[in-house]
Design a protein around this ligand. Sequence first.
Ligand code: PRP
Ligand code: URA
Length: 218
Amino acid sequence: MPDIFHPSDVPSLHLVNHPLIQHKLTIMRMKETGTKEFRELLSEISMLMAYEITRDFPLRDVEIETPVAPCCGKMLEGKKLGIVPILRAGLGMLDGILMLVPAARVGHIGLYRDPETLAPVEYYAKLPSGVEDRTLIVPDPMLATGGSASAALALLKEKGAKNIILMCLVSAPEGVRRVAADHPDVPIYVAAVDECLNSHGYIVPGLGDAGDRIFGTL
Ligand code: PRP
Ligand code: URA
């Protein structure tokens, strides 16, 4: 029975459904789409989503001189952004974000889902310095049960992070609800909320195994 889900019931959820994103995501979902095109589209969508996510980032005034006259410009305030993809599949979103924010610092969290229990297993973590003072974007294309994302956010908070944004391509209602309940302070940006999970914990209709499609390990 499909889950009746209303995005507006989850205050921390932001659905980024720009027409270009929807078009590209539909091509990614197609089973015929090969690794090269899948990767390119994920990168393009990540850039478009990053543009939306950074829309309200705070700015500071800076006094500069153009070749014509002095003026007051605006620059991003605070420490450089941190991007912390969840391995492996989150890596597929990194380049697209870095295209917009090339000076960002990059960390990695290694998690995989145990195929039997679906519980996240941590195998790697390396973060940039000063996570407590940075805004961190955590990209992962798939938000299914929400176990991996919730564990990654908990790990970042343990290390002192206070300002975290979760960025996923496709989500299931179960995953959105789980992360919103475990981490109500973390904004969740997604390009789609699909119908449900199947008995293997895959998003329906989803796009299959994101890591395998990005890295050609099917
Ligand atoms: C996928 C995906 C998420 C996780 C989502 O990773 O990239 O990290 O599953 O599922 P969940 O919401 O139920 O935790 P996977 O474990 O397949 O590892 P991979 O990225 O190395 O392929
Ligand atoms: N991980 C994926 O890659 N795809 C899903 O549908 C669920 C978890």
